[in-house]
Design a protein around this ligand. Sequence first.
Ligand code: GRF
Length: 185
Amino acid sequence: MVKVNTCVFISGKGSNLKKLILNSNNYNFPIKIKLVVSNNKKAEGLKFARKWSIPYLIINNKQNLSEDKILIKIKYYKVNLILLAGYMKILSKNFIRSFGKSIINIHPSLLPKFKGLNTFEKALSQKEKKTGCTVHYVTEKLDSGRIILKKFFYIDNKDNIETLKKKTQRLEYNAFSEAIIKIIK
Ligand code: GRF
């Protein structure tokens, strides 16, 4: 199968990255991860790039310079899809336009509810009945691009921030991969 050359952006633990790498090692999964980008040199997730010998790029926080570096690498690896998997930095309009291809993000709430940070706190304080995750296209407006898919679960009264995070992440691993299959096939 012809796989889509993909770059995954991370900032932290990288559990979504790990799942994506494992799936992409499967012959039938339609992406090949050519590059990992992290804006945090201490991101735990970098160990997965090292373990599976995937090239990675660590950028610092000077927006223009670092985005230019990413664009150069992405061109080199002929990347056609970018996945934001816990990337905590906002991409500039210029970057999104210059790349010009699909960028997708996974967000830990049922968008359009609870854009931005602290989604679990918000779901609890607003006494939501359910929460979950959303995979969506990235546009210039934060967490507002077209939705590819959502997955949800019901919140019970014993839930707290930690349990919501765990339950949401469990859904995320499949949601991200299903969304990729959905947009590629
Ligand atoms: C995920 O929960 C995702 O929804 C959010 O950041 C988290 C990243 O977790 N955008 P990990 O680094 O993949 O473990």
